[in-house]
Write a protein that binds this ligand. Sequence first.
Ligand SMILES: Cc1ncc(COP(=O)(O)OP(=O)(O)O)c(N)n1
Ligand SMILES: Cc1nc(C(=O)O)sc1CCOP(=O)(O)O
Ligand SMILES: [Mg+2]
Length: 544
Amino acid sequence: MAYSGFLSHPLSFQVSGVLSARLPVTISTSSDRNPNSVMAVLEERSSKHKVPHVLTVAGSDSGAGAGIQADLKTCAALGVYCSTVITAITAQNTVGVQGVHPVPEEFVAEQLRSVLTDMQVDVVKTGMLPSIGIVKTLCRILKEFRVRALVVDPVMASTSGDVLAGPSILAGLWKELLPMAVIVTPNLKEASALLGGVQLATVDDMRSAAKSIHDFGPRYVLVKGGDLPAPLDAVDVFFDGENFHELRAARIKTRNTHGTGCTLASCIAAELAKGSSMLPAVQVAKRYVETALDYSKDIVIGSGPQGPFDHLFKLKRNVCSSSRRGFNPNDLLLYAITDSRMNKKWGRSITDAVKAAIEGGATIIQLREKEAETREFVELAKACLEISRSHGVLLLINDRVDVALASDADGVHVGQSDMSPRIARALLGPEKIIGVSCKTPEQALQAWADGADYIGCGGVFPTSTKANNLTVGLDGLKTVCLSSKLPVVAIGGIGVGNAGSVMEIGVPNLKGIAVVSALFDRECVSSETKKLHSVLMDVLSMPK
Ligand SMILES: Cc1ncc(COP(=O)(O)OP(=O)(O)O)c(N)n1
Ligand SMILES: Cc1nc(C(=O)O)sc1CCOP(=O)(O)O
Ligand SMILES: [Mg+2]
C-alpha cells in the first residue's frame, strides 16, 4: 500500500482484532479440521471473497445528505462495504440543523468494539466527532485494534453553517487524531480552525495551510477550496509532505451540495480500501463528487437552500415514473423488431417505423440496429423510448447492454453468443427486462437459471432476415416451451400467413410472435401490424 507509515500488517490486525477477541482457540496446523481453529477459520476466509471494508465514525443526518448516510451511499456506489459507528444524532434538513444529540462516549466505544472485534475493517473514516471525550475514546480504541489506515474529515460545521463540533475538540485532533491519520481533508473554514483562526483566501494561503497541518502528523493533507471566491475554479490543494498538487474542477452551479465533504472523504477511504494509492484515490473522489453533483444539479429534495445530491445516479430515472411499467408476459404478444436496412429501403426513419408499429398494435419493441454507431444508437434509443413510453409500450435493445444502460431502455435481448444474461443482469439491475434466444431445452434451462425474463425461440421457419439461422420448426418450439417455466416468444419467418399455426401449438407459456420483415419490409408498417394483430386476436378468441 502506498499509504506507508500506517500501523500494521493485515494479519496482525486479523489475529489481534478479529480472532483473539471472539474465539477461544489455539494456533493449530492446517491439517486440523476443527472448524473453530484459527487455521480453519483463516482457510475458510481465504477461499471466500474478502470485500473491501470502510468503517465510518460519524454523525447521523436525518435529511440523509451528509454524515453516516452519505458515507453509506458513497461506499455502496463504489462497491465497498461500510460499517457505521454513530457519534451523534442530528435533526437536520435542507434548511439547517435543528438539533444535535451526542452519543455517550461509552456507547461510541461499544459500537467501535462491536465492529472491530468482528469485522475485518480496511480503512476507518471519521466525520463529526462532537466532543473531546469521543475523540479520545476513538483514538484509544484505534490504537488497540491497529487499523490499517485512518481518513480524517475534520467536521466542524454543516454546509448551512451550524456548529457540529466546537473548538474544544481541537486539542484532541492536534495531539491524537491527526498524528494517526493517513490523510486529513479540511475545507477552508476547517483548515483555518485547525490553525487557530488564520485567514485563508487564496490558493497560496491553502498551500501554507496544508504545510502547517501536515506538521501535526498526517501523512497527506487535502485542503479543499470549494469556498474560494466564486469566479475561481474549485481548486483543492493536495500535499504529500514534499510536493503540492492542485486539483482543479469547473464549478457546478447547483444548490445540491449538502454532504460533499463527507462524500469526498468516504470516497477516498473506499478507494484506499480497494487498494488504491493516495493521489489516485483523491482524484477518483474528486471526479465522483463532481459527476454526482452534475448529475443531481436539477433534482429537488427539500425546500431549503442546501439540498442533497444523488450518490447512486438513480433518482432521476423515476421522475417520470408514470410512463414506466414492469414486464407482463402478455407484452410478448406482437413483438416488433426493427431493421434499419428494411426501413431505409422503404424510405422511413426508425422512429417513424416504431411509431407506426405501435399504432398498428405492436405490444413490445426491440431495436435491432446492427449497423448503428454507438452514439447514434443511444440517441435513437432515447428518441424511440419517448415514443414507446408515451404509449405504455416497453422497448428493448438488441445485443447492446451499454446502449440499454446509456439510454435507460426497458431491457435487452441477448443471444447465445452475446453478453451472458447473468452479467447483463448484474449491470442492468433487477428491474430491467432480459430476453434470451434459445433453440434447445438446455439453453432454456440455463436462461431460467441466469435470471432471464423471457425466451425468444426460433427460427421457427426459414428466414432471410438473419443469415445462417438454424430452423427448429414448430416441434422445436414446442420442446423449448415445454422445457421451461419462462414465457416464450416465437421468432423466424413468421407473418400473417402462418402466425395462427404457431400460436395454435397449444402450450400455455407461448405468449406471442416476434417479427421483423412481416412488418418492416413492407410499404405500410401500421396496416401490416394491424393485420397481424387481428390474426392474433382471432387465435386468442378461439375456444381452447
Ligand atoms: C425476441 C427475439 N428472439 C430472438 C432474437 C435473436 O437474438 P440473437 O440470437 O442474439 O440474434 P440477433 O438478433 O442478435 O441477430 C431476437 N433478436 N429477438
Ligand atoms: C432476429 C432473428 N432471430 C432469430 C432466431 O431464430 O433466433 S430469427 C430472426 C429474424 C426474424 O426475422 P423475420 O421475422 O423477418 O423472419
Ligand atoms: Mg444477438
